[in-house]
Each structure stands twice: as structure tokens, then as C-alpha cells.
Design a binder for this molecule. Structure first.
Ligand code: PGA
Length: 251
């Protein structure tokens, strides 16, 4: 049976106590399926509490929403991959649309972050996706491929394909994030196929490709029905534990 990854991006919500309460409810009610992984991306201050709460539960892990590429230093407000790993993170989002478009993160930054994540045994979840104008101009694939190339630009030569096996890519069209507009499952699947082909041409046949952007309990089944969609990255609809339990039980 095909493996699926359900990733919850809590953005700037749920401090340590609220995260623990949420996860305690989730763990009590979630019916574990061996072919399904569930990852939570709380705000950095909640990573340690969250990872302690899920510790020992197979298939459930915690990650960080962002990392800095430097291992340490005078970088006020930043969290390195090493610090995140020490707090219990197993994965890191890289290049989320809000990091790119609100905080000005560049393609080059994403390349440094993917490398730092891999160097500290965090699975990078590289987020890519086009803006609405880019889609209208027919540039979706070009934009996504540019973001993939930049995100994977700093992998050590020769070890590329081995490292890419630990990569997760999340295709999140910018216009679909938090807007209630989703790409149709078919449109998303076409972009996933292009991403898969791009990765396969570089020897990465095992990387996992997620869809994100206004995923909810009502549209999850149709998205998962597309074989190209190997999981989802969910913001708003993951904040309510009931809605997230429904999403994680779909398909
Ligand atoms: P959304 O966010 O589900 O609220 O659209 C997805 C994301 O930003 O990862």
C-alpha cells in the first residue's frame, strides 16, 4: 500500500501548553495506520513540548517551520537546524510561501536551508509554488523548477541522489494558501508529475510530494484519489483537532 504523509503547519498558533493539549487529544483519538505518517509543525517555542508529547508514537513526528543555515551565531531571532534537532524536531519546512513572500526569503536562502537541514538529520520539506499571475502566464512549471533547482543547489556532489531520497517537496500554489481556493486535484497532479519528472532526472525516485493550499475535510478525499498526490501540507484546517482528525482519516 502507498505511503501518505499528512503534515500540519500551525503557523503562528498554539503555544507549548495549547500544543500539548491538542496533541494529547489527537493521540487519544487518532487511529494509527501503518501506511500513514502524521507530522506537526508548531511554532519554534512549542517544538520541544510537542515532540515530547508525541515521543514513542510510531509514524508521528514534529518539525520546525523554518531554520537558519548557520549552525550558531549572533543571529537574533533565528533558530539553527542543530537547535531545532536538539528540541526534538525531525523535519524542517523550507521556503514556505509566507517565508518567501512576507519575510523576503530568496531562492538562494532555501538552498542553504535544505543543506543545513540535511546536515543535521532533519528531513527538509521544500515548499514550491507559483503566484496567480505566473499561472495565468503559463509559467507554473518554470517557476516550480526554478525553485527546485535553487532549493537543491547546495547538496554535496556525488551524494546527491542519496540525499534526495530524504527530501519532501510540498507543491503549494501561492494563490491557494489560506484563500479557500484549491487547485483542482487534476491540476495539482499535473504539477506533481512535472516535479516527479524533474526529481527523477536527478536520481531522486523516492522523494515524497505533497499538495498544500486550502486543503480541508471536504476536499481531502478527492486530492488523495490522485495517485500523484502523496500527502498534504495543511494550515488553517489543521488548527482544529477535530478537522485534522477527519483529514488524517480520509482516503
Ligand atoms: P492553508 O495553508 O491550508 O491554510 O491554505 C497551507 C500552508 O500554508 O502550508
Amino acid at each position: 500500500m502507498k505511503r501518505h504523509l499528512f503534515a500540519a503547519n500551525w503557523k503562528m498558533h498554539l503555544g507549548p501548553k495549547a500544543a500539548q493539549e491538542y496533541l494529547a487529544t489527537f493521540l487519544r483519538r487518532y487511529r494509527n495506520r501503518p501506511e500513514r505518517d502524521v507530522w506537526f509543525f508548531p511554532p519554534a517555542v512549542s517544538v520541544e513540548a510537542a515532540s515530547q508529547t508525541v515521543s514513542g508514537h510510531a509514524g508521528i513526528a514534529v518539525g520546525v517551520q523554518d531554520i537558519h543555515w548557520e549552525p550558531k551565531g549572533a543571529l537574533t531571532g533565528a533558530v539553527s537546524a542543530a537547535l531545532a534537532a536538539e528540541a526534538g524536531a525531525k523535519a524542517a519546512l523550507v521556503g514556505h510561501s509566507e517565508r518567501r513572500h512576507v519575510f523576503g526569503e530568496t531562492d538562494a536562502d532555501t538552498g542553504r536551508k535544505v543543506r543545513a537541514a540535511l546536515d543535521h538529520r532533519l528531513t527538509p520539506v521544500l515548499c514550491v509554488g507559483e503566484k496567480w499571475e505566473e499561472r495565468e502566464r503559463g509559467e507554473t512549471e518554470r517557476v516550480v523548477e526554478r525553485q527546485l533547482a535553487a532549493g537543491l543547489a547546495n547538496l554535496p556532489a556525488g551524494r546527491e541522489s542519496g540525499q534526495l531520497g530524504r527530501l519532501v517537496v510540498a507543491y503549494e500554489p501561492v494563490w491557494a494558501i489560506g484563500t479557500g481556493k484549491t487547485a483542482t486535484p487534476r491540476d495539482a497532479a499535473l504539477v506533481h508529475r512535472a516535479i516527479r519528472a524533474w526529481l527523477a532526472a536527478r536520481g531522486a525516485v523516492t522523494a515524497c510530494i505533497l499538495y498544500g493550499g486550502s486543503v480541508n475535510a471536504a476536499n481531502i478525499a478527492d486530492l488523495l484519489a490522485e495517485p500523484e498526490i502523496e500527502g498534504v501540507l495543511v494550515g488553517g484546517a489543521s488548527l482544529d483537532v477535530e478537522s485534522w482528525l477527519t483529514i488524517c482519516a480520509a482516503g
